[in-house]
Design a protein around this ligand. Structure first.
Ligand code: COI
Length: 356
C-alpha cells in the first residue's frame, strides 16, 4: 500500500438526521466526503476528508463530454452489538480498478482506498441508521476533470467517496417486484463496457426503464445486445431463476456486471448444496419453465437491491407470474443469510465482513 496522508477538515455544521421511515434511497448525504486528485506526472495526491460540499469544475471537464466516470456501491451496517460491518469492501475497490482499466482511468491504491473509506465512515458513524433494513450506502466514484474537448483519456481526475443513509431501494421493499423484459433497447454488448461500472451504462438504461415504468413495471430485464435472446441483468441487480429445484444465473460473459452480491449468493447456495449453474439462459427457456410449471422462483441480487424477489415478468404480450407473486423459499433463505451476515446476527462463515 502506498501511504498517502489524509488531511481532515471537519465541517462546521452537522446536518439534521432523517427519520428511518423517510429514508428511501440516496437522497440525503452525510456531513463529510473524501476527495483525492490525480494529475498526470504527479499521480494520485491531495487526499482529503472535508465537509460534504459542491464541487467546482470547469464546464470543459471531460466527464461532462465523454463520460469518463466509474463508480461503486457498498454499505456499512450497524450491528446489534453496536459495531459497524462493511461487506466485502475489498471487492468493490478491486472492481473499481477493473472499471478504471476499461475506461482508461489511472488505477487507485485499493488498500489505501479502503483505509480512507474506513476513516470517513468512522467520522460520520452517527449517520449509520439502526432501524431494521436500513444501512449507510457508500458511493466511491472517479470522474475525469481535465478541461479539454479532445477525445482522449483525461490527464486529471477526482476520486471521491460520498455516503447516504438508506432504506430499501425498491418501494416494494422485500415484496416481489414486477419486471418488463426489454425488446427494443439493449444495455450492453460483449466487447463494450457492460462489465464496467461506468456512468454511461446507466444512462443508456434509462429509456427502457422509463418505458417499463409507464407500464407499471419497476425495472427492465435486459437481454443480450446481439441476438436479443439471452438473459443479461436487470441494471440495478443480477438475476437468478430457480427451475425444477436448480438455481441458474447468466454466466459472466463480458457484458454483465460481476456483482459482489451475485458472487456471495452463489457461494451461499453451494455451501447449502443447492444446485447452482452459471450459464447462458435464453429467455424462451424461462417462458417455457413458467408454462410447464417448473419456474419456481426468480430474484435479483445487488448491493442496493439486496435480494429482491421477482413476482412477475412481462415479455411481449405474455405475463409470467412467479410463485403466485410470493417470495420463494430459496429467495427468503438467501435474503435471511445475507442480511444476518451483514447485520452481524449470524456468524460470518465466509469471512466477508470487515469491522470498522
Ligand atoms: C448498487 O447496487 O450499489 C448499484 O450500484 C446499483 C444502482 C443503485 C446503480
Amino acid at each position: 500500500m502506498t501511504t498517502y496522508q489524509i488531511t481532515t477538515e471537519l465541517g462546521a455544521n452537522k446536518k439534521d438526521k432523517i427519520e428511518a421511515d423517510q429514508l428511501g434511497f440516496g437522497q440525503v448525504f452525510t456531513d463529510h466526503m473524501f476527495v483525492m486528485d490525480y494529475e498526470e506526472g504527479k499521480g494520485w495526491h491531495n487526499a482529503k476528508i472535508t465537509a460534504y460540499q459542491p464541487l467546482e469544475l470547469s464546464p470543459a471537464a471531460m466527464v461532462f463530454h465523454y463520460g469518463q466516470a466509474v463508480f461503486e456501491g457498498l454499505k456499512a451496517y450497524a450491528t446489534a452489538s453496536g459495531e459497524v460491518n462493511l461487506f466485502r469492501p475489498d471487492r468493490n475497490f478491486k472492481r473499481l480498478n477493473a472499471s478504471n482499466d476499461r475506461l482508461c482511468i489511472p488505477k487507485i491504491d485499493e488498500a489505501f482506498a479502503l483505509e480512507a473509506l474506513k476513516e470517513l465512515v468512522r467520522l460520520d458513524r452517527d449517520w449509520i441508521p439502526t432501524a431494521p433494513g436500513t444501512s449507510l450506502y457508500i458511493r466511491p466514484f472517479i470522474i475525469a476533470t481535465e478541461p479539454y474537448l479532445g477525445v482522449n483519456p483525461s490527464k486529471q481526475y477526482k476520486f471521491m467517496i460520498i455516503m447516504s443513509p438508506v432504506g430499501s431501494y425498491y418501494k416494494e421493499g422485500i415484496n416481489p417486484v414486477k419486471i418488463l423484459v426489454e425488446q427494443q433497447y439493449v444495455r450492453a454488448v460483449v466487447g463494450g463496457t457492460g462489465e464496467a461500472k461506468t456512468a454511461g451504462n446507466y444512462a443508456s438504461s434509462l429509456k427502457g426503464s422509463e418505458l417499463a415504468s409507464q407500464q407499471g413495471y419497476s425495472q427492465t430485464l435486459w437481454l443480450d445486445g446481439k441476438e436479443n435472446k439471452y438473459v443479461e441483468e436487470v441494471g440495478s441487480m443480477n438475476i437468478f431463476f430457480k427451475i425444477a429445484g436448480k438455481v441458474v444465473t447468466p454466466a459472466l460473459n463480458g457484458s454483465i456486471l460481476s456483482g459482489i452480491t451475485r458472487d456471495s449468493m452463489i457461494n451461499v447456495l453451494k455451501s447449502k448444496n443447492i444446485p447452482i449453474e452459471e450459464r447462458a439462459i435464453e429467455f424462451a427457456e424461462i417462458v417455457e419453465a413458467a408454462k410447464n410449471g417448473t419456474l419456481e422462483e426468480a430474484f435479483g441480487t445487488g448491493t442496493a437491491a439486496v435480494i429482491s424477489p421477482v413476482g412477475e415478468f412481462k415479455w411481449l404480450e405474455e405475463v409470467l407470474t412467479i410463485n403466485d407473486g410470493q417470495i420463494g423459499e430459496v429467495t427468503q433463505m438467501l435474503y435471511d443469510t445475507l442480511t444476518s451476515i451483514q447485520y452481524g446476527t449470524m456468524e460470518d462463515p465466509f469471512g466477508w465482513t470487515i469491522k470498522l
